[in-house]
Ligand binder design. Structure first.
Ligand code: T4K
Length: 368
């Protein structure tokens, strides 16, 4: 019998009957979008889940970045990472900001604070770090640099839903943090995202920005955009929120099994164990091969067996045409080395342990 392909991830799905029961009410009310009741409930429940008071839910994880840069009035250069999904840099460019690329800490894939500080110049207005794979950045050091130089900090926490560090939500760092609820993420509304901010006034501003800048029926107070999440997706999110803790536990178990099966292999390293006090979300399982040739061999061996790992993040953002002439591009050797050697193995809540055994066997076979 032909096996089903195994992808790097598989979306978290609500129970079908629960979903149809919840959306049934939309046929009665016909309230489909524009700050509907399900969206308002979702926003409250996400806030309670994260332990955050000021959350504005958006239609995806890219638009909250645009809204954040606008709300903070950023102008000039923003120091960021080339080791991320391209949306991080695209959001800056859409806002007329200039990305400047710092290098990463090779152990985590996150921005190296020393490299960030070395790039601060007269036009720098902010730092845009990414909590890559849901691993917390060196937040204290980054914010100390920002304080010293009078810079804003926006964290792209697209991968970090539910991550807590020392009992504190990861989204509580920085001036603003943004999340993605895309289908490929630990928690999903199919497409969706959010911005987490620091006070009620900012939250109101973000709510306005996602709805064209409407302050009231007759007043536009800001240059907003359409970034609203509709009621169908809000329903999907409300039901997934009930399942996300269980999904994270199952991701944790899958990660532990990978570690048992792949630990101690000479030519690959496994992601670092979460340090104590970290509530991780196990969003990815990135292994790092000793060289590019080996990474490509593992990648193609798995693909030939219908298993589709992903080279997140290869190529670097600075290898894409719109960014290869930016300041810092081509000067991030740690990011380059990781990008050429990393491979995210399939990881999701419903990945059967037999498949993890099969994947690990194929990885070990490629090492031989
Ligand atoms: N900042 C960071 C750091 C990000 O990583 C992202 C997004 C953003 C910002 C922007 O957030 P959003 O605006 O997207 O909310 C995926 C996602 O589309 C993207 O959300 C994500 N990061 C990025 C890292 O990965 P692709 O092109 O790799 O996705 P795709 O379609 O190849 O999906 C991967 C695998 O998942 C597929 O092979 C099969 C499986 N899959 C995917 C989808 C969409 C399913 O089984 N069902 C599905 O519906 O970008």
């Amino acid at each position: 019998m032909k096996r089903k392909p195994i992808y790097v991830t598989s979306p978290l799905m609500p129970d079908y009957d629960d979903f149809t029961a919840l959306v049934r009410q939309l046929w009665d009310t016909r309230l489909l979008t524009n700050n509907g009741p399900l969206l308002r409930r979702l926003e409250e429940e996400i806030g309670a889940y994260l332990g955050e008071r000021h959350v504005s839910v958006y239609a995806n994880g890219t638009l909250p970045l645009l809204a954040a840069f606008r709300a903070l009035g950023l102008k000039g250069e923003v120091i960021t990472t080339p080791y991320t999904f391209v949306a991080t840099s695209h959001a800056l460019t859409w806002c007329g900001l200039t990305p400047v690329y710092a290098d990463i800490d090779p152990a985590t894939g996150n921005l190296d604070p020393a490299s960030v500080e070395s790039l601060v110049g007269p036009r720098t207005c902010a730092i845009l770090p990414v909590h890559v794979y849901g691993r917390p950045c060196r937040t204290e050091e980054i914010e100390e640099i920002a304080r010293r130089h009078g810079l804003k900090v926006v964290y792209d926490a697209a991968h970090a839903f539910g991550v807590r560090c020392g009992g504190r939500p990861i989204t509580s760092w920085g001036d603003v943090a943004t999340l993605s609820f895309h289908a490929t993420k630990v928690f999903s509304t199919i497409e969706g995202g959010a911005v987490v901010c620091r006070d009620g006034e900012m939250k109101k501003e973000f709510d306005r920005l996602r709805n064209f800048g409407f302050e009231s029926e007759t007043c536009i107070s800001a240059v907003g955009i359409n970034a609203k999440l509709d009621e169908m997706r809000a329903a999907f999110g409300l039901l997934n929120l009930r399942k996300v803790d269980d999904a994270i536990e199952r991701r944790k178990a899958a990660t532990a099994l990978y570690r048992t099966l792949l630990g101690g292999q000479e030519h690959i390293s496994l992601p670092p164990e979460p340090e104590s006090g970290l509530r991780h979300n196990y969003s990815h399982f990135p292994i790092v091969a000793s060289g590019n040739e080996l990474r490509e061999k593992i990648y193609s061996t798995l693909r030939s067996e219908g298993i589709f790992p992903r080279r997140y993040f290869y190529p670097l953002v600075t290898d894409f045409k719109p960014y290869n002439a930016c300041r810092g591009a081509g000067e991030t050797p740690n990011a380059r080395a990781l990008s050429e050697r990393v491979l995210c193995l399939p990881l999701h809540a419903d990945l059967p342990s037999e498949e993890i055994h099969r994947i690990a066997d194929l990885v070990r076979l490629s090492l031989g």
